[in-house]
Structure formats: structure tokens, C-alpha cells
Design a protein around this ligand. Sequence first.
Ligand SMILES: [Ca+2]
Length: 531
Amino acid sequence: MREQRTIEPYTNRSWQLLKASCTREDRFLSEISRGRKHRVDSRSVSRPGYDLMKSGKRAHLLAGLTAFLLTLTSPWFATAASQTDATVHKPNIVLVLMDNFGWGEVGVYGGGVMRGAPTPSIDGIAAQGMRLTNFNVEAECTPSRSALLTGRYGIRTRQRENSPPRGVWYGITKWEITLAELLEKQGYVSGIFGKWHLGDTDGRFPTDQGFDEWIGLPRSSDRAFWPDSNSFQPDAHPDIRFAHVMSGRKGEEPKELEVFDRAKRTVMDREITDNTLDFIERQAAAAQPFFAFVTYTQTHEPVDPHPDFYGSTGHGSFADVLAQTDTYVGELLSKLETLGLVEDTIFIFTSDNGREGVPRSFGFTGPWRSGMFSPYEGSLRVPFIIRWPGKIPAQRVSNEMVHQLDVFPTIARFVGADTPTDRVLDGVDQSGFFMGKTDSSARESLVIYIGNTLFGAKWRDWKILLKEMDSDTYAVKDIAYPSIYNLIVDPKEEVPELNYLNDTWVDFPLYQVIEDHEVSLADDPQLPVGD
Ligand SMILES: [Ca+2]
């Protein structure tokens, strides 16, 4: 018989949601959180040691705060800068991040022609590098981008005791150390071209978080619907304004450019590509190591192909955008070749989360269940291809577990940077694995959040879900016993407990992952609230 154990619900925490007026997905999260708040968890049972841990939590927090105050006198930056390894060559980094782009879209993941558009350029990155089939992300835009840029679960920057009002607390907090800030200390110039979605108030734009330049969207793409909507009501709320494309440089206030409507949306990714090409050319001319963060706005809804691609595939807008994206990525690759930078550039293609979650939207997750906002593999697994000729062996495919959290410490190692020591880092260094020094990932577990709610964990090929979710309605289902899936035996997560009875030992490592995560939340120094 299975031992019934449950995880302490997070109802006693001050949940901090994203800005209420922001995006559709943000509002969706608000709904989940509100529903959660009013639900009584009937499964609560005491867990040995846990009450003790809770009672010690305040002491943890005080100790953490003290530790943080001490670090203020010797900021991480100075420590890192003093330890910069000048002998490590500084490769350029091009990181292409798609939006709501499922596991199965690209040719080498079983999509491409099957999705109406071959993807030879993106497939070519895999041929020259490494492709992961078990690369995991957070379940939606903002926590995913935060995790990617900081190496820390999104919950760490969003969840704080006594948190400030929601309108101020949005996106990535100022005190997080982003990949751009880490690279800045290594002499890099960083540019972000595309969607940010990690803060749209003073002090929280990309150029406040380590990027030297930015052109793109502060928030999400669905605001492009507004100017073209014949039911738009501008007097509905004082915060309702049309989105604008924005641009900024470090040390300057970002400027609003054109209104972001459906027409502008069709050319947005073209402009992102053009700006990236220009950035790469400028940095190459200056022999300057660079980080280009290329955050395409497609294939988030609305899926609007550029006029040059509209109708080009004969398979509709999604296939047209897939063809467009492959062409744009091909232009980035060609530019590196023309400039002689192929060997000297780490090139990554990935996505922030699985396919669009709303009914009637497009997108393909390959063999995996459901889409974004869910705790299933179609939400968590996305494509990840990395190329660094001469350093990362070519034509390698691995099903080892990697998380987007790992990008931060792995790139840090590649460029000879130290990672912060004044906070918990959830990412692990995968440089040895990527470079073929070992066949094993440095990670064998992760935790799964939807919004601010812990849904479960993965350990090796196993997965535990404390709650299930209806894939059609997104209704969260409390369950008497957690679901345990073996993702090799049951990749579509169709039959909880299939092949479980002879492997009930797996409870131990799965619950340990969750408990370790909870302890690490308590141990994480509580950095300044709202700063
Ligand atoms: Ca997204």
C-alpha cells in the first residue's frame, strides 16, 4: 500500500501574481491562484520534521536577511569581477528564444515538413551541435524567462513574505542577477531584440537588467489584438493603453515607438532579425564579445506571418510563420559565417514554454501531453539545440534531463565567470555534459510550478503530480493520491501508476526532490522586498 503523504500547501504565503492588467496568461494565473486560495486541502497530514522546519523558518529568514546585509558591504559584483579569469576566451552568445513554441515544431523534432514547412536552418544547428529531447522549462512566459536569465526558479523572484503591491512587483526583481549582468562583468556587450515580459515599470526594463540595448515589446503579444478590435473600450480601466514597440539603451529611459497592432505584428520578427544582424555586425567590427538575446514574438497568438511569407506554404498562418522563423534563423547563421564567427559563437535555439494553451490555437508538442500552463510534458519539454563547433560535439542527441535553469551557470562556466554565492542557484553547470566529457546530465530532478502552486516533481524517468489538470478546461483537480508516471513507459501520461506497483520505492526520491526544494526556499536569503 502506498504511504499517504502530502505536501504543505502554500496557502500561507503571500502570493505575488503578475500585474493584473498585463496579459491573458497573467489573468489566467490569477484565476488559478484565486481558486486555489478558496479550496480546502483535505489531504493534509502531518509530515515528520516539517512542523519543526516551519517553526525554524523565521530564524532562517532572519539569518538570511543578516547574511544578505553582510553581502551589501561586499557586493557579488566586486567579488566576481575580481575573480574574472582573463585567460578564458570569451565566445559570443546568440540565444534564440521562441514564444509558446512546442517540442514538435522543428524538423529534427518530428515537425518541419509534417507541420507544413521544412526547417533546414534550425535542423542544421542540430546537425552541427547537440539536441536535447528532455529539456525542461517553466510553464509560462514570465517565470520561464526569469528562470532562464537568472538560473533560479521563477517562484524565488515572485514569492516574498510581506510582498509589496502587485503593480510594483511584476516580472524580474532588480536584485536578481541576470545573465546579461553576469556577462557585463566579463566585458560583454548585450542586446535583447524582441519580447521582454519581465517588467514594464521604471527600473525593470531590460536596459536596467544588464542589457546595453533593446528594441522590442515590454509585455506580451496578445495586446496586438487591441487596436484592431471592434469591441475595444478604452475607458474600461485607467491602465488600458495600446502596447508600443519600445527601444532603449543602458542609462537612458526607454522610448515608445510605434503602436503594436496586427499590422506591426506581421513585421515585428523581421525587425527583430534586422536589429540583431546590425548588432552582431557592430560588435564584430569592434572585436567585442557579445550576447544577442533574440526573443522572437512568434509563435505566441496572434500568429501573424510577415507579408513575404503570408500564404507561402499553402498550409495556413502557423506553417507560414514556421517557414519565416527558419529563414530568419538562417540569416543569423549566415551572418556569423560571413563574419567568420561560427567557431567563436555559442548558438542556442529554444522556446520559453510549450504550445499555446488556449483552445483553437495552433501548435504541436510532438508525443507529449497538453500544452503551456499545464504540468504535463507538452508544457515542460521544449526544443533545445546548442552549437559551438570544436567545443560541443556535433550530431549528438540526448534524452538526459536538463532545465532552462542550467543555461545561466553553464554559460558562466563557458566564459570563465563565477556564479553568485549570496543566493540559492537552482541551475547546475552542464558544460561537461554539453562538451561530451560525460554522457550524463548534471541534473536528475526538477520541480514543477503552475503560477505560484507547486504541482509536482520529476526525478530521472519518473514524475509525481500532486494535482492533475484537465487538459481542455485547465480545471485543477485535487486527487486523493498523487499521480506517479514513468515517462518512458507512459510518455503521454495517460495512466497514472502504470508500471508503478513494483516500483513504489520511487516515492522516496520523488518526495525528497520536493522536500529539498522546500528547504531551499526557506534557506534562500530574503533579499530586499520590492527593490
Ligand atoms: Ca510564452
